[in-house]
Design a protein around this ligand. Structure first.
Ligand SMILES: [Zn+2]
Length: 415
């Protein structure tokens, strides 16, 4: 039986249904989500492996839902982006839409992950978690490529879990209520308190941009948590033979220890932020942007990892080396012509004769670490304000949540 032909046939049936539905979403929400890519064009674009992984993850998410199916649709919109829609073309179907350029942006990081892994060989400091987790396995080029495969597959997981969090956590109901002319509920939890000097007042917590940034934070941390959960429960005996025996072995070794899984999940989340928020560099006031800046997202990623480690009863020290690893990726890119992070390259004042270590400190600043005091304080205050906003919205989200067996990490009282 020709499996490809079978897939193409079912795709030919599904294609027009999703195409029409996307057109309706475009009219309804005034967003350009692009046109759905048929399977043939997904193969041509070189994103078939990611597409297949996405289908598997959508099935996994569906198994965790009581009353809905979650599906993934890839479109040709010319931006690096993804969206979640509570109501798809079929009854009880929710859809995550991802652009081809989004998947390609993740793919482009592959080679930088491998290069940064290779760079760890000359690491002068204490043995990094990644090398410890590899045990006796040599860090040769094939191992580096396998690690890049694992990190980038996990970054794909992270992307889908971020969107799934918007669906399952009740984030989208606000928009739906506004459509019906009701506006979002404004009840404030009586348990809520403002222990710090937040840069915005209590009544500002319902501002649409603050709401949007709050749900982005929540989606990020749930994505970290679910990515960890997914990696914790992978049956490595079922890893596809197509990976090849060497990559299979590296996957097995890294996923066999909590440290390895923690490293992979955090590196993957940071890679997602690099690909999807690389240009969100400006630190603007809370109400002036719908999405957190790159700095805020990195800041929260580190906190998320620590919160999850704490929750799992693992060694709590912050995995700074994961952030340094990502700095190495950006430095590798800068020393190879800045093919990926153009904005970083402009700010790093790259000189070809300089060693990678010369860019390192600047990269940390670009990424939002080692910020000057005023900017660091701004990031800190905005995070506190978003936590306060989360406390305010928490009970409302709890009422709107889609019935799902995926656990929630309540980060706002602890982060
Ligand atoms: Zn989002």
């Amino acid at each position: 039986m020709d499996i490809r032909r079978q897939e193409t046939n079912s795709d030919a049936v599904a294609h027009p249904i999703y195409q029409t539905w996307l057109g309706e979403q475009r009219c309804r929400y005034k967003g350009n989500y692009g046109r759905r890519l048929p399977l043939r064009r997904i193969r041509e674009a070189g994103i078939y492996d990611q597409w297949r992984l996405a289908q598997g993850v959508a099935e996994w998410l569906t198994r965790h839902c009581k009353d809905r199916r979650i599906s993934v649709c890839v479109t040709d919109a010319s931006c690096v982006n993804a969206w979640a829609f509570a109501q798809g073309p079929h009854t009880d179907e929710s859809v995550i839409v991802v652009t081809r350029r989004g998947l390609l942006a993740l793919q482009r990081l592959n080679i930088l992950v491998a290069a940064a892994v290779r760079g760890l060989r000359d690491s002068p400091e204490v043995l990094p978690v990644l090398l410890r987790s590899l045990g006796s396995r040599q860090l040769d080029d094939r191992t580096a490529v396998a690690i890049a495969q694992l990190v980038m597959s996990s970054a794909m997981l992270f992307l889908l879990f971020h969107e799934a969090a918007h669906l399952l956590r009740g984030h989208l109901a606000g928009a739906a209520a506004e459509d019906e002319g009701e506006g979002p509920p404004l009840a404030i939890s009586s348990a809520s308190s403002v222990p710090y000097a937040a840069p915005i007042g209590r009544r500002d917590l319902s501002h649409p941009n603050v709401y949007s940034r709050t749900i982005e934070f929540d989606a990020d941390i749930q994505a970290f948590y679910w990515a960890r959960l997914y990696l914790d429960h992978i049956d490595t005996a079922l890893l596809s033979d197509e990976l090849g025996s060497e990559s299979q072995e590296v996957f097995r070794i890294l996923l066999s220890t909590p440290d390895g899984r923690r490293w992979v999940a955090l590196a993957a989340g940071l890679c997602f932020h690099l690909a999807f928020s690389a240009n969100a560099s400006r630190l603007v006031k809370l109400k002036d942007a719908t999405h957190p800046s790159r700095h805020e997202r990195i800041d929260l990623a580190i906190l998320s990892d620590a919160a999850i480690a704490n929750h799992n009863g693992e060694d709590p020290p912050v995995l700074w080396e994961c952030v340094d690893f990502v700095c190495h990726m950006i430095c590798e890119d800068a020393s190879n012509g800045a093919l990926v992070f153009e904005e970083a390259a402009r700010q790093l004042a790259r000189r070809p004769d300089q060693p990678i270590s010369a860019y390192f400190e600047e990269t940390r600043v670009w990424l939002g670490l080692s910020l000057d005091e005023t900017s660091a304080e701004q990031v800190h205050q905005q995070r506190l304000a978003l936590m306060e906003s989360m406390r305010h919205w928490g009970p409302i989200f709890a009422r709107r949540q889609v019935a799902s067996t995926l656990p929630i990490l309540p980060w706002w009282p602890v982060a």
